[in-house]
Ligand binder design. Structure first.
Ligand SMILES: Cc1cc2nc3c(=O)[nH]c(=O)nc-3n(C[C@H](O)[C@H](O)[C@H](O)COP(=O)(O)OP(=O)(O)OC[C@H]3O[C@@H](n4cnc5c(N)ncnc54)[C@H](O)[C@@H]3O)c2cc1C
Length: 498
């Protein structure tokens, strides 16, 4: 990495949130700013499920596109993860991947799965980011609002916690409080966070009170996750909040850790059972510490229970038996923990004619995806790559946001469309199903069937799902014939069996 030139003007960037998006943004900004300060509300030790990242107890797959961007930003990062206990696997060879009850062809995809808990992924990224000499992390700091006006953001207003370090549990799931949409509502050490629309600070020049402080910056990046208050903060300074697109999926997760045992799953590192027509699915992955992390998921209110009997019974209803076999045979380590995710949300900053200068919103704060498709961290990585490109061409911070939002929207479009199209296959998900969506979904169903038997279709489908190739790759002349032919043939075979 090239450090900013010595003797250049001081450029200070603030990043709100030390989640995956915040860390990647800080890594990029360190190339172009003299100082980067990450402000993080949590004070937990790295490597644990933090209160601010309740989703950390649940299965987190990193798509290959995200992995390669991260590898570019932090050379050797995949090796670091493996050294810390993660496993890697060829996506369709090391993982049993089921769609509609049948396994996809076990073929080479040239895609690598990194199999680890979210806290491990984050702790490696955090360590690598904080090794950069011009990056500082301030923990126990809650951002309460922005300073500046509708034209330009000049910093943030923060409060400092006086409490000691939080108790984090050192497993990926046990004792984590139920978190709804990632926004703290109860049992929080900082209940005031739910209060919206705080007033303006009394002064912009220093400490307001014993607890409140203004931190000035040349650029502010909001990476505070899906619970971000950015829309309220913008209104308070007189700026316009962006329009939000929402797709309600009312998804429930329940996850539980088990002791790993050789022999289960035929030596494979993981299994994914994609959500079927009933909206139920799940995954089991062999994570660090020789454990299975098992996640069950259900859409539109059909959520998996967390009591042991209910968890087992739900696993037994999935369209393939592998996960039920694991939860039946393996020793549980702690209780199952829930997570509820109501809707995918996209804040359309790219559609706003005027956005304040010197403020960039990224990660889940901009665009929070249905987690079933494992796109969130990869979209955060794509946005970090876009930010880097904008800064590389020398855009001043005043012009940066508009250009960033336009390019970031393009980067997120494919992921959003793939996820939304798939969600709309569930009959209870409300949304417009025009002719194009219906035709696309019919073709996708045909693709799934062909991918059970045809290695090239399976490989291309996975490369599209990992955002390495565009969906157009599935519509090329070589593929269309195979998908129509083999998809139909497979459909006939499947219906002959049922
Ligand atoms: C159940 C579930 C499963 C998921 N599975 C996957 C998956 O398989 N693959 C994948 O790629 N993605 C997955 N995701 C999405 C993924 O977790 C996020 O997209 C990704 O981590 C990027 O999030 P982020 O960094 O923007 O926000 P977060 O990870 O939510 O981090 C936000 C950070 O900001 C801090 N913060 C919040 N407010 C403030 C404040 N006011 N002041 C200071 N700090 C603050 C928080 O403490 C936190 O550290 C899943 C999400 C959920 C909900």
């Amino acid at each position: 990495m090239t450090a900013p030139e010595a003797g250049g003007a001081e450029r200070h960037a603030i990043v709100i949130g030390a989640g995956v998006a915040g860390l990647l943004a800080a890594r990029v900004l360190a190339e172009f700013c003299t100082r980067v300060t990450i402000l993080e509300r949590d004070t937990a030790e790295p490597g644990v499920v933090r209160r601010g990242v309740g989703q950390g107890a649940h299965l987190h797959g990193l798509l290959d596109r995200g992995r390669s961007i991260i590898e570019d930003l932090y050379p050797g990062c995949t090796d670091d993860l493996v050294a810390a206990g993660a496993h890697t696997a060829e996506v369709l060879v090391g993982t049993r991947w089921y769609i509609g009850g049948s396994r996809l062809a076990a073929t080479a995809t040239d895609l690598t799965s990194v199999i680890a808990t979210r806290p491990l992924l984050e702790s490696v990224l955090r360590r690598r980011t904080l090794e950069l000499p011009n990056v500082t992390l301030r923990e126990g700091i809650t951002v309460r609002g922005l300073t500046g006006d509708g034209e330009r953001v000049t910093g943030v207003r923060v409060t400092t916690h006086r409490d000691s370090r939080q108790d984090g549990d050192h497993g990926a799931a046990s004792d984590t409080p139920a978190i709804d949409d990632g926004v703290r509502r109860s049992g929080s050490t900082d209940a005031a966070d739910d209060g919206a629309g705080e007033g303006e600070p009394r002064s912009a020049g220093g400490a307001d009170s014993a607890d409140t402080e203004i931190v000035g910056a040349d650029l502010v990046v909001d990476a505070s996750g899906r619970g971000s208050r950015i829309c309220e903060w913008l209104r308070v300074i007189g700026a316009t909040a962006p329009v939000e697109e929402r797709l309600e999926v009312d998804l429930g997760y329940a996850s539980r850790l088990y002791r790993h045992r050789d022999g289960l799953l035929g030596g494979h590192a993981s299994v994914i059972i994609s959500t079927g027509a009933d909206g139920r699915g799940g995954g089991a992955v062999h994570v660090e510490g020789d454990r299975w992390l098992v996640t069950l998921a259900g859409m539109m209110g059909d959520h998996p229970p967390t009591d042991p009997a209910g968890f087992h019974a739900y696993a037994a209803t999935l369209s393939a038996p592998d996960i039920h076999e694991i939860v039946t045979a393996a020793e549980p380590l702690g209780d199952a923990v829930p997570y509820r995710f109501r809707s995918s949300v996209r804040r359309r900053f790219d559609r706003e004619p005027e956005v304040p200068a010197a403020l960039v919103v990224l990660g889940d704060a901009q665009c929070a995806f249905n987690p079933l498709y494992a796109q969130g961290m990869t979209v955060a990585a794509l946005q970090a790559a876009v930010l880097r490109e904008c800064l590389r061409i020398g855009l001043p911070f005043a012009e940066l946001p508009a250009r960033f939002y336009a390019a970031a929207a393009e980067a997120a479009d494919t992921a959003w469309q793939l996820a939304a199209a798939s969600d709309l296959r569930h009959p209870a998900v409300a949304g417009r199903r025009g002719l194009r969506t219906r035709l696309t979904n019919a073709y996708v169903a045909q693709t799934y069937r062909a991918a059970h038997h045809d290695s090239l279709v399976a490989r291309t489908f996975m490369r599209v799902a990992h955002l390495v190739e565009t969906p157009a790759a599935l519509a090329g002349p070589a593929l269309v014939g195979r998908i129509m032919l083999r998809g139909n043939g497979a459909a006939a075979t499947m219906s002959a069996h049922h």
